[in-house]
Design a protein around this ligand. Structure first.
Ligand code: PGA
Length: 262
């Protein structure tokens, strides 16, 4: 399989419609010349921005995702957004199981599994986030925690949908303003274990599932991270929220990534 660099950002709850449109317009202009055969560039903004976002960027250049989704299509679920509603906005990707959803909104692996299955069933590319907490790391049960999140989150996923499944490894202790970036070797070790788990679950078909790394990725550490064998891409928060900075990271990492896979 020809490897592409998967690189994207989740803008969390930080940008209004106008700010998202301005960010996307700049990012598209700055990255337009990069051949999309080599890169899968994606942005996951807030729900309310998705329709305007879709109108301002071309699908072939920047793929758009939603930060969450209800597993049901319709009904008495106040405050939730259904797969049908996301489809209407032209959204292609659904992010499931981000650590902020797990920790602040109490999403369990079982609930996350329902969302994964529903997102895949509705034809979305599904980005499942997993990661151990600081306590799990301290107790030396990180590998077990990751295995449970994968096995439960991906329970009953069918082989035919694997082409639309992406996984992001984001150690919880490495995410956000309080985060301590994981070293490249620590990340590589866990990414390798995640790939092994995926192989146990899906056999050789798992080779096509990209496993991204996220958690305090920035211009400085992106260079070393992307050269790790088991890191297929980067999922970035704060350091990608300005188009100029995101473009710098993309341009720095793409040649290193291509070189690694040549
Ligand atoms: P961060 O966020 O890069 O700001 O740490 C990463 C994430 O939450 O996906």
């Amino acid at each position: 399989m020809k490897r592409k660099l998967y690189i994207g950002t989740n803008t969390k709850m930080t940008k209004t419609i106008a700010e998202t449109v301005s960010f996307l317009n700049s990012l598209q202009a700055l990255t337009e010349d990069i051949c999309r055969d080599n890169i899968e560039l994606f942005v996951i903004p807030s729900y309310t921005t998705l329709e305007s976002a879709r109108k301002c960027v071309s699908e072939g250049l920047i793929r758009l995702g939603a930060q969450n989704m209800c597993w049901e299509q319709r009904g008495q679920f106040s405050g939730e957004i259904s797969p049908l509603m996301l489809k209407e906005t032209g959204t292609e990707i659904v992010l499931v199981g981000h650590s902020e959803r797990r920790s602040i909104f109490n999403e369990t692996d079982e609930l996350i599994n329902k969302k994964v299955l529903s997102a895949l069933r509705h034809g979305f590319t599904t980005l499942l986030c997993i990661g151990e907490t600081a306590d799990q790391k301290e107790m030396n049960i990180s590998d077990e925690a990751l295995a449970i999140q994968l096995k439960t989150g991906l329970h009953k996923v069918e082989d035919k949908d694997l082409g639309r499944l992406w996984v992001a490894y984001e150690p919880v202790w490495a995410i956000g303003t309080q985060g301590i970036p994981a070293s490249a070797s620590y990340a590589e070790d866990k990414q390798g274990k995640i790939k092994n788990e995926l192989k146990d679950l899906f056999g050789d078909a798992s080779d096509d599932i990209p496993v991204l790394y996220g958690g305090s990725v920035n211009y400085e550490n992106s260079q070393e991270l992307i050269q790790m064998q088991c890191i297929d891409g980067l999922f970035i928060g704060r350091s990608a929220w300005e188009a100029y900075n995101f473009n710098r990271i993309i341009r720095q990492t793409l040649p290193l990534f291509m070189n690694k896979n040549s």
